[in-house]
Ligand binder design. Structure first.
Ligand code: 26Y
Length: 820
């Protein structure tokens, strides 16, 4: 019927149409007459997965045959976002899919919207992992992502009475057409118990771990298709199950309910993503999650090595394992355990392999965000690992003493065991000692790491340190998110820019062409209309796409200073109320982002945003020039609507606190101008784009440190600034809270009394800089030039550049082209 094309692999729209109908009928048991859009989504997803299958299997097969080094990206989080649109893009199937669905009376965009987002991450770190998978596949690097198949991802945020509420994210409830369970790829994971000495067959003394409990980790694989290539890599996520052999004992003794209970407890391990981006001490389940996915992943590498017939001594030539922050850093002790206890290597051989295998990426400078585990908890869960860590530490501290004689303070600072108060295992130290490469995620961050939190390690091993500035994938965040701009770029630059982002530079030769600028503006305007429609549908707030769209979307954190943005908004509001003739170009301020459920200050900041929004939006004296909206449930999905609609990107963290930022890059590539501090990757963005195309304000990291060292007093800034004082009083007065002067008091007191992130110190500079923004916006032709330049000079921030650096400088990885 289909002229010989295979209904599982054919790429034209007629075959695709048949494939969708087949899946509706055979996989979903539905006839088109009763199929919902969600049914069509699933049928199309399955049809597309079929088309990935051949590439996917061929890719694994090629890696196995060629036996080249494999990069293993270990991350507790992968914030992938919806797959369907991205897979259509990377396979070049968007047009065919659109036609197939149109022929079936369906609209592709409505179908795409049905996909629940796999939100298996909190924010930047998890999304970075997802961008890196996309680049690894696109650059044809042999790579695998290893992580956790959380049954509930990041919570869904709802706003009730202005406050954040959390709903569980049941992303798997409709089934997940993208994953393939591999129940035969499963490993045992031990817990608790004790260790004991024994004599092996050769008469040697050894130690073994007698666990209290054993669970199983099952592999679930998701294809990661590269853009425009046949490489289709794997993301392997582990799900916990009861280990039958263990629980059968309880069945056999007749205690059925105890056995079922043990099963439920085993499966708890992968139930839910911790919704925090700072460690909560003593969370046993979190340690269990980390060890669980790390041991499954390392055991998987050993199985692959055995299958390929590789020698255990060659482990580090076959695998480069990258630790995405300290979350998987237990891997250092676990690989030692596997090599020594299970494979019989001696300590020195095992240690050489371990250090050659691991690389460690640090994502934070905030000391409170560095992971540590209370020693008693650690011993209870991982007794054998504690012994191994003690031995690593003993040898390591000998090395420190040899390099720095008579420096016991240094020894105490560097120890893997913290002794201040309750004893702690310091995971960042374990990661540093066990890795041959240590990197930060932006130039400034990597410098500050060497000078602050990791300075002792830098003094000992300077050669281990390097910088790898973050990047983002231009496929999802430009081509997919911004089809209007994609069309213009394709027409202007040809089709290769998504894999050669430096080519954006060629846009600069068009900035003096008024017709080109007009088209650039038309794209932005349409994107703003698209976002305005979304905001109206989800909040009821009506925005005018002719206004300046000023956007801050990211996790809510004091150091990211959403409240500084608010102080500026209230300043404008106050000026308008006091001087009705006060004139500035109308602006819409948009916010989005989740607060950790237990971070009360962050939740109060959300409440304040909504309170200010409600007051301003309802006031006819100001709402012709000011609007404020909080977009609920910021996610990868709505991010794809938000970044392309921004005129101005807010990157206003206290200098020295944001390791890199990646949203800043997504905005830039979509032609937003940035107002920002010299923090994280903002510094490099400004270097690329030129000072004249970047709105810079605020204290530098050095100045922040100096001010705090001298004893910062926010009251000094209040006393010297009547406008700021009036703003703080207005917020404290209950003006935005129906007369309730209690609700925002904690925020006002925090800022006026301690202000740990120097909001008041940077306020005046920020407001002045925003006046510069308004002045620049008034000249639309000039603004458009700057917008084009921001996009044109954003090429450095492709994750392809970042991944090529990791591959060459840390992993020693060669690309392996795939031929299907
Ligand atoms: C310990 C656990 C609760 C935890 C979980 C998640 C700790 C931290 C995190 C997430 C951290 C994170 O997202 N960091 C961000 O990483 C981005 C990618 O490198 C950076 O761009 C961003 O500046 C940094 O805050």
């Amino acid at each position: 019927i289909l002229s010989g094309a295979d209904v599982r692999t054919g790429l034209d729209s007629a075959v695709l149409q048949q494939a969708v109908l087949d899946h509706l009928y055979y996989s979903l048991g539905r006839l088109p007459a009763v199929a919902t859009p969600a049914n069509y989504y699933r049928a199309l997803a399955l049809a597309i997965r079929d088309r990935l299958q051949q590439r996917w299997i061929r890719t694994s097969e090629t890696y196995f045959e060629r036996g080249r080094k494999l990069a293993c990206y270990l991350s507790a989080e992968f914030l992938l976002g919806p797959h369907l649109g991205n897979n259509l893009l990377n396979l070049g199937l968007e047009q065919a899919a659109r036609e197939a669905l149109t022929a079936l009376g369906q609209d592709l965009d409505a179908i795409l919207d049905c996909e629940p987002e796999p939100g298996l991450g909190n924010g930047g770190l998890g999304r970075l992992a997802a961008c890196y998978l996309d680049s690894l596949a696109t650059l044809q690097y042999p790579a695998i992502g290893y992580g956790i198949r959380y049954e509930f991802g990041i919570f869904a945020q709802e706003i009730r009475d202005g406050w954040q509420t959390e709903r569980t994210d049941k992303w798997l409830s409709g089934g997940n057409p993208w994953e393939i369970a591999k129940p035969d790829i499963a490993y045992e994971v031990k817990w608790g118990g004790h260790t004991e000495r024994y004599i092996d067959d050769d008469g040697a003394e050894r130690r073994r771990w007698v666990p209290y409990r054993v669970v199983r980790g099952i592999a679930y694989d998701t294809p990661i298709q590269g853009y425009g290539v046949d490489t289709c890599n794997t993301l392997r996520l582990w799900s916990a199950e009861a280990a039958e052999s263990f629980d059968f004992q309880a069945f056999n003794t007749g205690d059925y309910f105890q056995a079922v209970d043990a099963k439920l407890r085993s499966e708890t391990i992968t139930k839910v993503l911790y919704p925090n981006d700072e460690p909560a001490i003593g969370k046993r389940l979190r340690l269990a999650q980390q060890y669980f996915f790390v041991t499954c992943s390392l055991q998987d590498m050993l199985r692959i090595l055995d299958l390929a017939g590789g020698a255990i001594e060659q482990f580090a030539e076959h695998f480069a394992v990258q630790l995405n922050d300290t979350h998987p850093s237990i891997g250092v002790a676990e690989l030692m355990r596997l090599l020594i206890d299970e494979r019989g290597l001696d300590w020195d051989a095992a240690w050489t392999i371990t250090v050659a295998t691991f690389g460690y990426t640090n994502h934070t400078l905030l000391p409170e965000a560095l992971e540590t585990w209370p020693l008693p908890l650690f011993r209870e869960v991982l007794p054998r690992h504690l012994e191994i860590i003690y031995e690593i530490n003993r040898r390591f501290l000998d090395e420190v003493r040899a390099c720095f004689p008579d420096d016991s303070a240094r020894v105490a600072r560097m120890s893997l065991i913290g002794e201040a108060g309750e004893k702690q295992v310091r995971m960042a130290h374990l990661a540093c000692v066990g890795s041959h490469a240590i990197n930060g995620v932006a130039a400034l961050h990597s410098e500050l790491l060497k000078a602050s939190v990791l300075s002792d390690f830098h003094a000992l091993w300077p050669e281990r340190f390097s910088n790898k500035t973050n990047g983002v994938t231009p496929r999802r965040f430009l081509a997919l998110a911004n089809p209007g701009l994609r069309a213009l770029l394709d027409e202007t630059l040809g089709a290769s820019w998504p894999v050669d982002l430096g080519r954006l530079r060629e846009l600069e030769s068009h900035i003096d062409d008024p017709a080109f600028r007009e088209r650039w503006r038309a794209v932005k305007h349409a994107n703003k209309q698209r976002l305005a429609d979304y905001v109206q549908a989800h909040t009821g707030i009506v925005l005018d796409p002719d206004w300046l769209f000023d956007i801050q979307v990211k996790r809510i954190h004091e150091y990211k200073r959403q409240h500084l943005n608010l102080l500026h908004i209230v300043t404008l509001y106050q000026r308008l109320k006091t001087y009705p003739a006060f004139s500035f170009p109308p602006r819409a301020f948009l916010f989005g982002g989740k607060a950790a459920p237990g971070y009360f200050t962050a939740k109060r900041i959300i409440k304040l945003i909504n309170a200010v929004a409600e007051t301003i939006n309802a006031d006819p004296e100001v709402n012709g020039r000011l609007k404020v909206a909080f977009v609920p449930n910021f996610s990868v999905k709505n991010a794809q609507l938000i970044y392309p609609a921004a005129d101005l990107s807010e990157q206003i963290s206290t200098a020295g606190k944001e390791a890199s930022g990646t949203g800043n890059m997504k905005f830039m590539l979509n032609g937003a101008l940035t107002i920002g501090t010299l923090d994280g990757a903002n510094v490099e963005m400004r270097d690329e784009v030129g000072a004249e195309n970047f709105f810079l304000f605020g204290r530098t990291a050095d100045e922040v440190a100096r001010l705090q060292g001298e004893g910062y007093r926010p009251a000094d800034y209040l006393a010297g600034d009547d406008e700021l004082k009036a703003v703080m009083e207005l917020i404290g007065s209950g003006h935005f809270s129906g007369g309730d002067s209690e609700v925002f008091r904690p925020l006002v007191e925090n800022l006026t009394q301690s202000d740990p992130f120097l909001v008041l110190a940077d306020y005046a500079a920020y407001v002045a800089c925003q006046e510069g923004v308004s002045a620049a916006w008034a000249d639309q032709e000039q603004w458009t030039r700057m917008s084009i330049i921001n996009c044109a000079r954003g090429g450095k921030f492709s994750s392809d550049r970042a991944i090529a650096e990791y591959a060459r400088e840390i992993w020693g990885l060669q690309s392996v082209p795939i031929q299907v």
